[in-house]
Design a binder for this molecule. Structure first.
Ligand code: ADP
Ligand code: MG
Length: 299
């Protein structure tokens, strides 16, 4: 069970006071490995007996960890952080309700959801440092690394959302960015699957040209390089058009390694098309086309 499964499952059981304590713990984690009850009490202005009740409840629901050391303290886990982000997106009327898991990746969980109007959307939970978090719990010198997972995941979502908005505004084929809070992004639901899943795609040259047109548009209009492009982050839709997903690591075209990153993206795509569909195009020719040194593609 992923932490999003836990969060989605318990979300409806939470009351305002529970969310309030979760967000006080979140804020306290900047200074404390485990946030002391006294601090939660001080900032929440909720009577101590109600705090004890609520902390017991959110602990039992699996949203926090309690320390059993010299003092009683509390720290968020990913499910607790998920609940805070979901709450904010529900309040902002981006999310109405949740459905099923669409994919659990290495660095993200993607969920199926509905807007308040009943439109299907996808919700992506970034999970950076998920593994190191478990390891660092056992270590000393914890605070910096500990708050890193929360911070890094938040940063990844912000970067991805920003890149998707830029790309979308300039006509690059991406899922529609709908909202972001903390480490979570809501976006348009896509149909189809990763290019890597298809044995036969009809007209591979046409698909490749469309991919390169979009890389070019991202580069020249949105000034972005995806920087993690491969057959796994290109979606082939039922209408045979493509979408490019998974943008957290995108860089601006003035980045010090821009040329290298663009060449790597192109190489990944071209190697795949060559191996799988016997389409031949040199990286150098695609590169010239994308940056505007050549008007046409020789394919
Ligand atoms: N907007 C979306 N609609 C439907 N499924 C999606 C959407 N975005 C991502 N997915 C699914 O979730 C998987 C993982 O998403 P992705 O953004 O590539 O994250 P990562 O690869 O870092 O885990 C995708 O390969 C795809 O199957
Ligand atoms: Mg991906």
């Amino acid at each position: 069970m992923s932490s999003a499964d836990i969060a989605v499952g318990v979300y409806s059981k939470l009351e305002n006071e529970d969310f309030r304590l979760l967000s006080i713990i979140e804020a306290g984690m900047a200074q404390h490995e485990y946030v002391p009850v006294e601090q939660i009490h001080k900032f929440s202005k909720v009577p101590l007996d109600r705090i004890t009740y609520s902390l017991g409840k959110i602990n039992k629901l699996g949203l926090i960890y309690q320390s059993k050391g010299a003092y009683t303290g509390h720290t968020l886990n990913y499910a607790g952080y998920d609940c805070l982000a979901i709450h904010a997106l529900v309040k902002a009327c981006v999310i109405g309700s949740f459905g099923q898991t669409l994919g659990v990746g290495k660095e993200a969980d993607v969920y199926d959801a509905l807007t308040p109007e009943g439109k299907r959307i996808a919700v992506k939970f970034h999970r950076l440092g998920r593994i190191s978090f478990r390891q660092t719990r056992r270590k000393r010198g914890y605070i910096k690394e500990h708050s890193t997972w929360l911070y890094q995941s938040h940063l990844a979502a912000e970067r991805e959302y920003h890149a998707m908005k830029q790309a979308c505004e300039h006509g690059v084929a991406v899922p529609a960015p709908l909202g972001q809070n903390r480490h979570v992004i809501a976006m348009g639901m896509i149909e189809g699957g990763e290019l890597a899943r298809y044995k036969d795609i009809g007209k591979p040259e046409k698909v490749l040209r469309e991919i390169l047109r979009n890389i070019k548009r991202a580069y020249q209009k949105a000034h972005l390089i995806h920087a993690d492009l491969s057959e796994y982050n290109i979606i082939l839709q039922p209408d045979a058009h493509i979408l490019i997903i998974d943008w957290p690591q995108a860089v601006k075209t003035d980045h010090a390694n821009a040329a290298e990153l663009l060449q790597r993206d192109l190489k990944n795509v071209l190697t795949y098309f060559n191996r799988k569909f016997r389409v031949n195009l040199a990286v150098e020719d695609a590169y010239k086309y994308v940056v505007g040194e050549a008007k046409r593609l020789p394919v």
